[in-house]
Design a protein around this ligand. Structure first.
Ligand code: ADP
Length: 484
């Protein structure tokens, strides 16, 4: 009821595509990053591992040759022509330049593949220890090569002394060519993955972006007051769930709006009829249509109508109190039997007049419950009031308490007109009155039982009704018991 429709603002929220744009930008950045990373990191890693494995291979060959074969040359077991042939074989097998130098770096023999410059007679600044602990060195080897080469060297030892060195130089460009070939496959794979990841963007478009737009559109419609708008998202995922929740919310708001309209119509109607009759009688008295000797009768009617208005206002205020979310019950331990007796006593006048007897069947002398005394008093009052209103003269009303477990059950039973079966679940609604009761009870507002139900529910308890038309009705509710 607290719901009030917002101002009908027609200017809708901007449905721009920033989210989508952001995703596209991220996608493009991702593409550049992937290419950049593979061009730098992958290329660097490939090259360095290629280089070290090639150097290892060269070194293994150089040491094998220097240890197994070349000492024979220095012991004159192998001829120079044979050494030249071996070095040529090695050079063509490794695709490299192969030099055999003596301890001072003077060239003894050399062999080379196409593309390598001729070997110098003397290696300028020859230093057998220059590569230190590394197995290879990289560079133009003392200016002997036009481009960078990887150089490995192995000492040739004969008769416990180093007689010379075998050097193998391999052009770095062979390695970079091989690396570039490998990198081409890497790039192709990266590009393929990049294109495939476009599917993610498409999925985002269809699974998130479009449903989100529809939901935003719905929110705009709701904000502008169109609560009939249904969100056309029926997927079984979070989006579907969100739109189902919003659809449910709008349906609830719609119901609330309908309810509010009905409520205002009912309240206005219930206020208008007594006011119209009061106005009619007062006018008639003022202009003399009703002579002074008749006025007493009409003043009583006016009194009756004003009481009806007071009751109605009181009921509305009570209900309004229940509608507040932070309703605080003022709970205390009290004797329910005492409250029943006092409330029943307040009906003595009317009961005597209509010869209705109220029988109390109370479980014990005292029965303590833990509840809001005033609210429970009101509940009992409304129930007994109905029982009296809808009982025939000369009948009886029974109020009974039952002590069971940790609950006390209180029943108010009458032998009156009863409630038609089809009305049984409507009697709790605000302003509801059965057709039969309308004729009998002109003062009723149709709010009494709504107050009863909400009061009992606020206590976390239940109320039930058993009723047969023409036989009678029984209302039973529970309350929490407290030690006596
Ligand atoms: P009212 O002010 O009309 O009594 P209630 O909310 O208390 O409003 O009751 C709603 C309707 O339920 C009554 O108008 C009546 O039709 C029906 N009703 C309630 N109590 C009884 C009863 N004890 N016997 C028969 N009908 C009842």
């Amino acid at each position: 009821m607290a719901f009030r429709r917002g101002k009908t603002k027609k200017d809708s929220l901007p449905l721009n595509s920033t989210l989508y744009l952001k995703f596209i930008v991220v996608y493009i950045i991702l593409g550049f990053l992937a290419l950049f990373v593979s061009a730098t990191l992958a290329s660097g890693l490939t090259y360095s591992s290629l280089k070290s494995s090639e150097a290892d291979r060269l070194y293994a060959q150089a040491t094998a040759m220097a240890n197994d074969y070349l000492p024979g040359y220095f012991s004159e077991a192998v001829s120079g022509a044979e050494v030249t042939m071996q070095l040529r074989g090695l050079s063509s097998y490794m695709g490299a330049a192969v030099w055999l130098v003596d301890q001072e770096g003077t060239m003894l023999f050399s062999a080379r593949r196409d593309g390598y410059p001729a070997a110098p007679g003397q290696v300028p600044g020859f230093n057998p220890a220059e590569s230190g602990s590394a197995t290879y060195q990289e560079g133009d080897y003392h200016g002997c090569f036009a481009e960078d080469v990887i150089t490995v060297s192995a000492p040739v030892v004969q008769g416990f002394s180093t007689k010379g060195y075998l050097l193998i130089h391999k052009s770095v460009s062979d390695l970079t060519d091989f690396r570039d070939m490998l990198m081409r496959s890497v790039y192709a794979t990266v590009i393929l993955i990049y294109l495939l990841s476009f599917l993610v963007l498409l999925a985002f478009q269809f699974l998130v972006y479009r449903p989100l737009r529809r939901i935003t559109e719905a929110a705009t419609q709701y904000a502008s007051g169109n609560l009939d708008y249904e969100i056309p998202v029926t997927t079984q995922d979070e989006m579907g769930y969100l739109s189902a929740s919003l659809n449910y919310m709008s349906a609830q708001l719609r119901d609330m709006e309908d309810y509010q309209k009905k409520f205002v119509a009912n309240v206005s109607h219930d206020f208008r009829s007594p006011l119209t009759s009061i106005k009619g009688y007062v006018e008639a008295m003022a202009d003399g249509t009703i002579p002074p000797e008749m006025q007493q009768k009409y003043l009583n009617i006016i009194l009756f109508e004003t009481e009806r208005l007071t009751d109605l206002t009181q009921d509305l205020l009570t209900l309004n109190e229940f509608d507040r979310r932070d309703l605080m019950l003022d709970k205390e331990v009290f004797d329910i039997h005492e409250v029943i007796k006092n409330t029943a006593a307040s009906f003595e006048g009317i009961c005597t007049k209509r010869r209705i007897s109220i029988e109390l069947l109370l479980a014990a002398r005292h029965l303590n419950v833990y509840a809001d005394r005033k609210k429970i008093q009101q509940v009992l009052y409304n129930l007994i009031d109905n029982a009296v209103k809808f009982s025939d003269a000369d009948s009886s009303i029974t109020i009974e308490t039952t002590d069971r477990g940790d609950k006390v059950y209180i029943s108010v039973k009458d032998y009156g007109i009863g409630i038609p079966r089809e009305s049984l679940n409507k009697i709790w609604e605000r302003f509801y009155k059965t057709d039969t009761s309308r004729g009998k009870d002109k003062r009723g507002t149709g709010l009494g039982l709504s107050i009863v139900k909400e009061a009992i529910q606020a206590h976390g308890e239940n109320i039930n009704v058993i009723s047969t038309e023409g036989v009678g009705s029984e209302f039973i509710f529970s309350l929490p018991k407290r030690g006596n």
